[in-house]
Write a protein that binds this ligand. Structure first.
Ligand SMILES: Nc1ncnc2c1ncn2[C@@H]1O[C@H](COP(=O)(O)OP(=O)(O)OP(=O)(O)O)[C@@H](O)[C@H]1O
Ligand SMILES: [Mg+2]
Length: 239
């Protein structure tokens, strides 16, 4: 799905979270929103997902206005930094949650849900953990389960906010690779937030450098490295 962000502005009281920003995300891209704390990354991601609404501007999905669509109708898969798995449910129940929660007519049958959960557990390379509870998993495993849960509903796009932020360096690298593979296999338009320039540069096809509610530069990692458009970008990616 193509995403078109057209002049989106957002204020919280007297804080300008997003000065009008515009950005076109081609279908199937893996995009990093990169910038320091407070630059508006999460706000932009939440506006894409329908968790927040802009004061001005529009969001278009494949050319049609999605600015006022509900969370449900956007069909976004979300992954946040804190795993946000349901503690009292097994891994399999967590992954199945979005399907189980559908109205009966749209809900797949129990065997279909079971098959889908099994496929997703294979996709995240943890085929045998369906019966465990979140407390019995490592941080990296929990984050993979969160990814599987986001994918279960067959989303139109994947939105991730610092998905690897709480993990140690080695696990982060593994999960990056896992996300890259899953992205390439599913072809889902994917937007992830990070303040880690290495992560953005290593993983994304398109990096969006943000600062103080504005987009400073958009480009392929190599382009940004070769020709940073401002002192801010040069210094931020050099850190
Ligand atoms: N619900 C809110 N109420 C008031 N101010 C908010 C709210 N959400 C965000 N802000 C403000 O908007 C600005 C952008 O915040 P945002 O969360 O988008 O930044 P961020 O780039 O994700 O930062 P971080 O890397 O720290 O997560 C900040 O100044 C923040 O304090
Ligand atoms: Mg944030």
């Amino acid at each position: 799905m193509n995403i078109d962000i057209d002049g989106i502005a957002k204020e919280f009281g007297t804080t300008t979270a997003l000065s009008p920003v515009s950005l076109q995300i081609p279908s199937g891209a893996l995009v990093a929103l990169l910038g320091p704390s407070g630059s508006g990354k999460t706000t932009l991601l939440r506006i894409l997902g329908g968790l927040e609404f802009p004061d001005r501007g529009r969001v278009l999905f494949d050319g049609s206005d999605a600015t006022h669509l509900s969370v449900q109708d956007r069909r976004a898969g979300f992954v946040f930094q804190s795993y946000a798995l349901f503690r009292h449910m097994t891994v399999a129940q967590n992954i199945a949650y979005g399907l189980q929660a559908r109205p009966r007519r749209q809900r797949p049958s129990a065997p279909q849900i079971e098959a889908r959960v099994s496929d997703l557990l294979h996709m995240i390379r943890l085929p045998d953990i369906g019966g465990r509870y979140p407390s019995q998993l490592s941080g990296g495993q929990r984050q993979r389960v969160a990814l599987a849960r986001a994918l279960a509903i067959d989303p139109r796009m994947l939105l991730l906010d610092e998905p690897f932020g709480a993990l140690d360096a080695k696990v982060r690298k593994e999960l990056r690779q896992n996300l890259r593979t899953i992205h390439d296999d599913t072809g889902l338009t994917t937007v992830f937030v990070t303040h880690d320039q290495d992560e953005a540069m290593a993983l994304a096809d398109m990096v969006v450098v943000m600062s103080m509610g504005r987009i400073e530069q958009v480009g392929h990692p190599q382009e940004i490295r070769a020709a940073p458009s401002s002192d801010f970008v040069r210094e931020f990616i050099a850190v």
